[in-house]
Design a protein around this ligand. Structure first.
Ligand SMILES: Nc1ncnc2c1ncn2[C@@H]1O[C@H](COP(=O)(O)OP(=O)(O)O)[C@@H](O)[C@H]1O
Ligand SMILES: [Mg+2]
Length: 418
């Protein structure tokens, strides 16, 4: 361990003004180190010299052992005390720093490369205005010209009511920032994959929705052709009937396009949304898939108020949950398949629940659900649906998405503030 380097006068009545800092260091008085010992010498005559020496050594040990950088500056901004961590982080020796001007050494330049004048510096203001300052994500510069990101606090050193210097405590957060950046990149990748997976499910739903109307249209045209081939008389009535049928089915196809294309549009800003309308649309879009599997849907909806939300994202959540219920029901081959959908307003919340009788969520999945890539559907599943739904409800809309097994199946509940 290196020696503590101290450059100070021997005046004893020095105290530190601020008790706490953003780094959780308990009390800055202890970092006044040798300064505070003089107070004890004067005010505690009963302490022996050996007691004082012990205390002095302990304080010096603490000061040089902490991993945060600690700098004591005089009113001109020159270093008077430098701990080992500060010198290491800034790439100097303690001896190189003591007596030198702080701002010129490690605080001279803004992150964009422009000059940072001392008069704008919060540390300088601490001296001039006797005010404590806490700053996050600032840049300090090393001896070799490289820089690093810090959180720091500067606290005035007050002597006889006058600011006599400043204590700067800082922590290098570069690694933390890098880790946060990496995490954000990973999250963006998962979100992009989730969106792609949602599109895939959407295409499957469109195929389901379109199959029936297309069959009706093709049958109508086919019947017409058979009549023509057989030389059967085609009355005006038949043509009327046929064109009505075709028109109705084409309308239906066109409506489904509207539903799906709305979903595919990225939501740029929140809109006033009626949750019951979004749920109705989700039921309509999954309708043919549910019908094909003979799933009975019980719907109870009561929405008096609208909420601010991204309608496309909300629709994606409901589609996900309903499709999962359909898959669970298909898989379990339950005799009387049912999905109960309930939307209600309770105590300032709008609560939408989707419950099924598809056998419930299997044990390890129940614990892991909400994390990405959790799926029991082998090649058919991406395991991103519930993760994405949770992200949308909780991160984008400030609500909650929860799930549990009840009765013969699973129940998913979305709660959003009205
Ligand atoms: N209603 C449900 N009943 C039973 N299990 C479910 C239900 N909803 C979700 N799960 C389980 O959660 C897993 C993850 O669902 P999800 O995130 O939508 O991904 P995926 O559908 O691609 O598997 C599913 O594979 C399934 O095991
Ligand atoms: Mg799913």
């Amino acid at each position: 361990m290196k020696d503590l380097t101290v450059n100070r006068n021997t005046d004893s009545s020095v105290s530190l003004n601020s008790a706490s800092d953003s780094f959780g260091l308990a009390n800055l008085e202890s970092f006044g180190g040798v300064e505070s010992l003089n107070m004890i010498e004067e005010t505690s005559p009963e302490l022996t010299i050996s007691d004082n020496n012990n205390l002095r050594q302990k304080e010096a040990l603490i000061f040089s052992s902490v991993s945060d950088g600690i700098l004591v500056l005089d009113i001109d901004g020159n270093h008077t005390i430098v701990n080992q961590a500060a010198a290491d982080m800034l790439g100097y020796t303690i001896e190189e720093m003591v007596g030198k001007h702080s701002h010129k050494m490690w605080h001279h330049t803004h992150p964009d490369g422009t000059s940072f004048h001392e008069s704008e510096c919060p540390i300088y203001k601490t001296i001039k205005k006797n005010s404590t300052s806490h700053r996050n994500e600032c840049m300090f510069w090393r001896k070799d010209g490289s820089s690093f990101i810090v959180d720091y606090s500067s606290n005035p050193l007050v002597k006889n009511g006058e600011v006599n210097g400043v204590v700067v405590v800082f922590r290098d957060i570069s690694e933390l920032k890098e880790a946060q950046k990496e995490l954000k990149i990973q999250q963006d990748i998962v979100l992009a994959q989730s969106r792609q997976a949602a599109m895939g499910e959407m295409v499957a739903m469109i195929a389901h929705q379109w199959r029936q109307p297309l069959t009706i249209v093709s049958m109508a045209v086919n019947n017409l052709k058979i009549d023509m081939d057989l030389g059967t008389e085609i009355t005006n009535e038949t043509i009327d009937e046929m064109s009505d049928t075709i028109f109705e089915q084409v309308n239906h196809l066109s409506n489904t396009i509207d539903d799906f294309s709305d979903f595919l549009k990225p939501d740029k800003k929140k809109e006033s949304v009626n949750i019951c309308d979004v749920m109705e649309r989700a039921i309509r879009m999954t309708g043919s898939g549910l019908k094909n599997n003979n799933i009975h849907v019980d719907i109870k909806m009561n929405c008096k108020s609208n909420i601010k939300a991204y309608p496309g994202e909300l629709l994606q959540v409901f589609l996900n949950i309903i499709n999962n219920s359909k898959d669970a029901i298909k898989h379990s081959q339950v005799k009387e398949p049912r999905i109960a959908i309930d939307v209600n307003e309770i105590d300032g919340l709008v609560i939408a629940s989707i419950c099924d009788n598809g056998g419930g969520i299997a044990y390890p999945t129940l614990k892991l659900l909400g994390q990405p890539y959790v799926s029991t559907r082998n090649k058919n599943g991406t395991g991103l649906g519930i993760y994405m739904s949770k992200t949308i409800i909780e991160k984008h809309l400030g609500g909650t998405l929860s799930w549990k097994n009840i009765g013969e199946g699973a129940c998913f509940t979305v709660a959003l503030q009205l």
